[in-house]
Structure formats: C-alpha cells, structure tokens
Design a protein around this ligand. Structure first.
Ligand code: GLU
Length: 284
C-alpha cells in the first residue's frame, strides 16, 4: 500500500507543536486562534476513533512573558521558575479549549529519568495507556521546572519521538515552521529541493539536515528532527514533518494526502528506548 494511503489506518498518533508555532511572531504572546485550530483538529482525530497524544512546548516562553523577562541569557533557575509559571498557564488555555469540545485532556511531564529508570518507565507507559483507554488526550512536555542538564531530553522533537516509542504509536507528526526536509537550507539556497518520502535515514539524509531552521524560540533544528525520526522509525512509527502555518494540515495528512516529508517506519529488532535515551547529550 502507498505510504500516504496507509496513514488513514494509523491507530495511535503523537503530534508535536513547538513554541514558535504557538506564538504571534510580533509579540511572543500565545496565538489563541492557532491553539483553537490545533485542539479542534486533535479532538476530531480522537473522534474518528484514534488515540491522540499532544507534545507541546511553550512553558518557558509563556512563563517569561507572564513575569516580563525579555533577555535571552539567564540562569537555569530563572528558566525553571518561568517553566513553573508558564506550564500551568499553558495548560489552563489548553483545558479551556479542549472543554469546548467536551474533550478531557491530562498533563504528563517527563524527564530523562522517566525513561532510563525501569520502574518509572513502566509507570509512565501504564499511565499513558490508561489515559488513552479512557479516551483522554495526554498533553506532554518536558518537566522543565526540575530538569537540569543531567536529566534533560534537550528538545521536544526528541521528547515526542521518545513518547511515540514509549506508547508504541504508529505515527508521529512534527508540526514545524518549515514544510519538511530539503536537500539544503531553503532559506539560504534557492535550489534546495523538497523531499517527500524518506525510506531510509542514511548519511546522505543526515548531512542534509545539518542546516538550521532559523527559529529563535524553539530549540529543535532539522538535526533534532532527523534524530527524532531515527527513534520513531526504529520503534515502528512513521514520522511526518509538516508546516504549522496552517494547522488544518493535520486532517489533510490524516486523509492520506501528500503534505510534508514522511519518514517511513523501519522497525529495528531489539530496539531499546532506554539505551537510546541514556546516550542523549544535552547540547546547551
Ligand atoms: N520544553 C520547553 C518548553 O516548553 C521547550 C523545548 C522545545 O521547544 O524543544 O518551554
């Protein structure tokens, strides 16, 4: 079957959205319209009988806004405090919009420890499965309030792939500020070509991703997306990078249409999520 046709039959979908996709570029304030479209799309996918998980960034940037911190360089403790402020604010907005669609959502915050510690990992897995069985949409972020570099995933692209692997999802969608993977950075090279399907992540693909996305709010460039694709595809999930400029793209993708770059699942026998996470290096 065609890889796009097969999307219609996916059962468990993780969708990741980054800070820059949730904010007005002019002010950094939350874009409620975008959040509303996002939540509506998620609820509609859920209503079609599929399990849905949202991985969302924004805790630190929303927190910074709330206490009017403007400069980019400050101590980790300031970021952690901002995450505590911002995460609850972010959830407040999500809860409100999900409630409009009569959809229950739940907050799940993770650190690297959650995956590397066997007991924590099993607990987290069980919680997710229980939530999905209850018809709930889990809303996930890194627990930035307590995460220092020893226990940090680093970015939410990686985190979303880890979540997809943890819950045996069959599709991960990364909503980004770019259409997908190009042969070179399209913002710098006019001849860069768009790639629709990646069957295998080889050195060629890894080298294409070395160029940056240009976003200043999120932490994930194309490199981290390829890394996420490695985790997702080895775990048995397809991964799609798609542009968040119109979040309606989600139902178009679910209809099996050709949007974004799709990395085709390539399940690796004996893939151990724990080992993968243990070796993650924080780049900060
Ligand atoms: N976890 C961070 C936050 O919510 C963002 C990390 C990322 O965007 O990759 O603020």
């Amino acid at each position: 079957m065609d890889v796009r046709e097969a999307i219609k039959d996916k059962k468990r979908i993780v969708i990741k959205i980054g800070s820059s996709s949730l904010q007005h570029p002019e002010t950094g304030d939350l874009d409620y319209n975008k959040m509303e479209v996002l939540v509506r799309e998620l609820c509609n996918i859920r209503n079609s009988g599929k399990d849905v998980v949202l991985v969302t960034s924004g805790a630190i940037s929303v927190g910074k806004k709330a206490v009017q911190i403007k400069d980019a360089n400050h101590d980790i403790s300031v970021k952690q405090a901002c995450a505590a402020i911002g995460q609850s604010r972010l959830m407040m907005v999500y809860q409100k919009i999900f409630a409009e669609y009569n959809q229950v959502c739940a907050q799940v915050l993770l650190t690297k420890d959650t995956i590397t510690n066997d007991i924590n990992r099993v607990n987290a897995h069980n919680t997710f499965i229980e939530l999905l069985n209850l018809g709930v949409i889990p809303v996930v972020n890194e627990n930035d309030t307590i995460s220092t570099f020893e226990i940090k995933f680093g970015d939410n692209d990686t985190l979303s792939a880890i979540v997809a692997s943890l819950i045996n999802a069959d599709l991960l969608i990364l909503l980004s500020d770019i259409d997908g993977l190009f042969t070179d950075n399209p913002r710098k090279n006019k001849n860069a070509k768009f790639i629709e399907v990646v069957e295998k992540i080889d050195d060629n693909i890894i080298n294409m991703a070395k160029s940056e996305t240009g976003s200043s709010v999120g932490t994930g460039g194309m490199n981290t997306k390829i890394h996420a694709a490695q985790i997702a595809t080895k775990s048995g999930a397809d991964m799609i990078i798609a542009n968040s400029s119109d979040i309606h793209i989600l139902h178009r993708i679910m209809d099996g249409r050709n949007f974004g770059t799709i990395f085709v699942a390539n399940k690796e026998k004996g893939f151990k999520l724990k080992n993968y996470v243990k070796d993650l290096k924080d780049e900060e």
